[in-house]
Design a protein around this ligand. Structure first.
Ligand SMILES: [Zn+2]
Length: 136
């Protein structure tokens, strides 16, 4: 099972030089089994430090994580071969639509997560019984 993926992330306007730079970010599958009870299911963001290739200065940018993935940093160039067109288009769509569909996404996630919470609680209850340990 591949739980990491490489995504293209274009910075439209670099704060250092004003040009467009294409970066690649590494994201890992995020397991939310324990955090789901406390964490609202809104799109999460990660602050990434990029380095401007023109003047070599670092700058930070808030990147919205793709669904079910958490961006863990800038991809190593040797990881690039694992990138696929499917992943690229999926993330491109996500980036293009993320602002306009943000509210819908929250609604969808709230609706689906309330179903998921029941499932997770069942699992947690089972685990608590099986392990005879209080949660937390
Ligand atoms: Zn730049």
């Amino acid at each position: 099972m591949n739980d990491e993926k490489i995504i293209d992330y274009p910075v439209a306007k670099c704060p250092e030089c004003g040009q467009t730079h294409d970066y690649k970010l590494k994201a890992e599958l995020e397991i939310v089994i324990l955090s789901i009870a406390n964490t609202p299911q809104t799109p999460k963001t990660t602050e990434i430090t990029f380095t401007c290739p023109v003047n070599k200065k670092p700058f930070n940018e808030i990147v919205t994580n793709p669904p079910n993935y958490k961006i863990i940093g800038i991809a190593d160039p040797k990881d690039e071969h694992t990138s696929t067109d499917d992943v690229k288009s999926e993330f491109d769509d996500w980036v293009k639509n993320s602002r306009s569909i943000g509210i819908d996404y929250c609604k969808t996630m709230l609706a689906s997560s309330s179903g998921a919470v029941a499932v997770y609680f069942s699992i947690m209850t089972y685990m608590m019984i099986a392990l005879r340990k209080p949660l937390g």
